[in-house]
Ligand binder design. Structure first.
Ligand SMILES: [Zn+2]
Length: 55
């Protein structure tokens, strides 16, 4: 089951983007879920689509 990273490097400023979206019950993330991140430094928001876990 895919799991979003809690943080990732901001592509705009190199700061740290933090996961905004709350985990679903039982951490039951699914491929295709939209997860939102916000950069702590520039406040840019990023929406990512969860990809299937290669494992
Ligand atoms: Zn940023």
């Amino acid at each position: 089951m895919p799991t979003p990273e809690p943080t990732f490097p901001c592509v705009e400023c190199g700061g740290v983007c933090h996961l905004l979206t709350a985990a679903p019950e039982h951490d039951a993330w699914e491929a295709g879920d939209i997860v939102a991140y916000r950069c702590a430094d520039c406040r840019e928001r990023f929406d990512l689509v969860l990809a299937d876990d290669p494992d």
